[in-house]
Design a protein around this ligand. Sequence first.
Ligand code: ADP
Length: 741
Amino acid sequence: MRNIPTYFILNCLLFTVSYALGQVSSTKILVIYSYDATFHIYQKSEKALYDVFPQSDNIIDIEFLDSKRYPNRQLNTSTYERIRIKQKEHRNYDIVIACNDNAFEFCLEHQATLFPEIPIVFWGVNDLEKAFEQDQNEWVTGIAENISLEKTLPLIQKLHPGRNNLQVITDSTTTAIADLKVFEKTISLFPNLNYEILNVSNYTREEYRRKIQQIPSNQIIFLLASYRLKDDYLSFDQIAKMLSTNSNSPIYYAYDIGDGGGYIAGTAISYYEQMYSACLIAKQILSGTTLQSIRVRSDVSSNSIIDYNLVKKFHLNPELIPESAIVLNDPNRKIEISKPEFYEISSIVAGVFVVLSLAIFFINLKRKKEKRYRVFAENYLNIFNENHSMMLLIDTKSQVIKNANKAAAKFYGYSQPQLKGLHFSELCQLPQIDLDAFFTQSEKQNSHFEQKHLLKNGQLKDVEIHSGKINIDKSIYIYAIVHDISKRIKAEQELIDAKRRAEESDRLKSSFLANMSHEIRTPMNSILGFSSLLEVDDIELSTRKEYIRHINNSGEHLLTLINDIIDLSKIEANQLKIYKTNCKINFLMDDLQIMIKRQLERAGKDVQMKLSKGIKNNSFNIKTDEVRLKQILINLLSNAIKFTESGDIEFGYKYREDSVLQFFVKDSGIGIHPDKQKDIFSAFKQVEEYSSRTYGGNGLGLSITKSLVEKLGGHIWVMSEPGQGSRFYFTIPAENNQLEL
Ligand code: ADP
């Protein structure tokens, strides 16, 4: 991975150089391969050629000598001719790249005639001697292929400790001859390794098969090459198959073992890497670097490549596998691939990984956000919907309700969907100008209003509204939290009324006390005054009687007043007691009639008296407080006498079907003004007006009468018109079990 940036930088540099140089005129490049287009070396290296020299900017010709299948250079002549014609018809090549030994030899052989002063760059040349000799050649340089026997042979020695016999398999191809030379030099460094050579070019396919079968299993096969048989040509895959199916020996290969195929180990040579390096040299030359400054080298890295499965199969110790080796099928290690491929794949994988990770990260982030928002939204919707406070969401522009919660629907008496379409003015019946002000104010800041809202059933309710602005989906809404304050307002109003009443009562009581003291003082003064006059001895008898009558009247008046005050204070303190007995109503009425008649006579009034008994039977009785009932009737009758100068006074009772006795006292007197009628039963009100009274009286009578009627379980009312007389009515329950109608 450390090399990835280097690889990228290299590519970038290459691109820059290409851009600077390559655009002027197309470079004409000839690539000569020793083998054919189906051979794995071509397939693995072709990409490197186009990576360095893109087809769009360069004219590239590729020739194949096909020397594996035509080992006697049968195709060389025609190749020569083709190149010659191509150069004759068009201009010469700018550079030649020779791949592997045969192509390298072809170029050297025809350098003078075909490639005069044309730079030749080679790679994959196994004849190291010849390769390095090219440092003397003015127009040739390149990379020798180090098959790293220095790596494979020590590996064999390591994995197979002890003395071992190697069966070296080779053929007569140029590369194999070159490799054998290297092998023979190298093997001398390993005294524990003996070897025999089997040149397969001397045998037919059949003979070769038998030869392999005869190799003892304790012998190690070391394969240099076996492409060319006496009668046949084997492809790369066929070689592997032939060896692995016919022998039981461990097989090592001088070259890249591909993806296994039966070889325990070999040398990982990257044809891509070699071609790539050669192309870079070619590029350097094309951009002006002299050939002499580029020395032939064999520094293309190569590692041992080992098939772990076969190490196990041949019971070799896996721990002896060198750290640097590329291990195929290793359960613990990863398969290594050529650096450029690795870098390329790594960068693509890393890129894809980064992009995918980022994409997944952002998608997850988005999903999480969306989920969070969804949960939030649901929560808030629940809070909105289930809240006990009534909530409305109103569109500011149209003033139409867009959402309303359950509490609001219940309060207004509409269903939620019905509320949703209503114009706000259908609830809040303010003039449009005030409605607009409500929206403007709420939009500006959180606000508080008190309004009257109309419910579906037509009821008007006092409500308090907390409102404010809220943005949803780029639209502006007003939220309104509505509280029903009608009970509060009513309670407040009652409190105000009660306060007013209390103040009024306070004022009236003060006024009452002031008046009462005056009321008491008047008869007292009269009593005291006339009593002192009586002290004089020589008063005439008639005058004396007159004084005594005044004293008596004032005394009676005082007594009535005191009784009334006592009754009133008892009523105020809720201390008035009712004592119910059987009361024969008709007898009571008769007594009253006698008493009233006497009063009328005394007053000297021209008034007719009439009594109506609802029930004729005199034994008719009810259970009630007779004394209080009599007091009520005396009060009413006294008033009737007082306010009637002439005419009639009628009183009596009737029995109602609802078991109630309804009494009445009618007179043809002065009557009562309607405005005054409501006040005559209020003690303190009456007393206040005492000073302006012309008929006398303390103004307590009707108030006490009303309280007594109510104490007896009934109620009292008056019907009167000024100048037309008055009719007082009151009821008491007829609690009678001995009624004989
Ligand atoms: P008062 O001692 O002043 O009569 P009441 O409580 O008995 O006190 O009556 C209150 C007031 O009601 C009277 O002052 C009078 O103005 C009016 N009133 C009562 N009875 C009659 C009636 N029969 N006809 C006309 N006015 C009446």
